[in-house]
Design a protein around this ligand. Sequence first.
Ligand SMILES: CC(=O)SCCNC(=O)CCNC(=O)[C@H](O)C(C)(C)COP(=O)(O)OP(=O)(O)OC[C@H]1O[C@@H](n2cnc3c(N)ncnc32)[C@H](O)[C@@H]1OP(=O)(O)O
Length: 406
Amino acid sequence: MEIRHTTEQDREVFVDTIHAAFAMHPPTPAEDGGGVFWAAYEMDRNLLATAEDGRAVGTAGAYSFELTLPGGAIVPTSGVTAVGVLPSHRRRGALTALMREQLTSFRERGECLAVLLAAEAVIYRRFGYGPATYTARLTVQRHRGALAVPRARGAAEAAAPGSVEVVRRSRCVEALEEVYDRYRRAQPGAVSRPHRWWALRAGQPPVAEAPRYIALHRDAEGVADGYASYAVDSGVMTVDEIITTDDAVHTALVRFLIGHDLVERVVLKHVPTDHPLRWRLEDFRGGEVTGDTDGLWVRLLDVPRALTSRGWFADGELVLDVDDPFLGERDRWLLTVRDGKAECVATDREPDLSLDISDLGAIYLGGTEPSRLVRAGHVLAHRPEAAAVADTLFRADRPPLCLHWF
Ligand SMILES: CC(=O)SCCNC(=O)CCNC(=O)[C@H](O)C(C)(C)COP(=O)(O)OP(=O)(O)OC[C@H]1O[C@@H](n2cnc3c(N)ncnc32)[C@H](O)[C@@H]1OP(=O)(O)O
């Protein structure tokens, strides 16, 4: 088994191999002038595993993203994609070799973090990735979907001024790209959706391949400040994503979607479980939460740089004993946070927490409480209050979320 880096000439064999690994056929350009997601592969960044006869048997790809961290810092991050090994060549170490080469190349690029969306949750922990954001599906029966009048004094008047317009996705791509870009810069856990994705109409952003309508929200001055992407089929409205950082705009879009004629139920595919939307329903049980699942998985490649890059919202100090068995590294770090900034230096002080690099990835964006991993038996707290200190320290300014599918 050999691992080699690809070039543009390898696009066809790369696309064929990854689709064979998933037992799928490569999609062709969709209707409505659409592109296909594989057109966005960065062929100067991908890897092929080849058998003795030179045949490609495995793939691993990477996108060049920017990731927004708690506090608003934005760092270049590789988004791992297109990982697959032919069914005839599984369990012989191809994936392990691909992951090793990939992590080495990410470090050579000087990146301190890598991210992915996992096809199966059992695959990536061994390579140091941990689940860091979460979403669920919220299904609202339209007849139980009335929104409550906000109880806080003044909140009703704060309803988003502006308008919602229905647009075919192909007619408003520029506005969507702008809205998405503003959103992802303010949302911890969000990744950039590179211009080339929009330009290629790869996967027909946002997200789904099938034709979609867009509910585009504009503020009082007519500037687009939020959108929802949706389709209606047999009385069911499926909403792929609602993109806005403004809660009032979010509510205006939901009000619009729930008010749509000829719809019995609205399925919001990716809503964070702690989103205030459920509280906005007059009938708290009018929304059913299902499909609670992990979103973005995070892998730290450089612990001190990753920890000092994000913003912090409480002062404190922790000694972290971090084990990275896949890369054969074990280090102890003193993390000190003062006035929103962290220092992280090697130390030989007694540890407060001992944890695997994948668990540090899980808590890094503030979406997984360290105490939960202590209670689950994965993180070891060496003194009783260490877990609570870590919970306070690692919390983010807003819950992390990644709505970009890659
Ligand atoms: C970011 C993304 O692209 S997610 C997409 C992931 N790809 C898929 O799910 C496509 C279908 N599956 C596959 O192509 C392959 O089964 C892969 C890529 C998941 C694994 O490839 P392999 O070459 O078989 O993995 P490899 O031989 O290196 O196995 C490494 C270890 O992971 C384990 N492992 C790998 N995949 C799985 C799995 N799906 N379930 C459980 N264990 C697994 C192996 O048992 C092995 O464990 P061991 O070291 O204790 O023996």
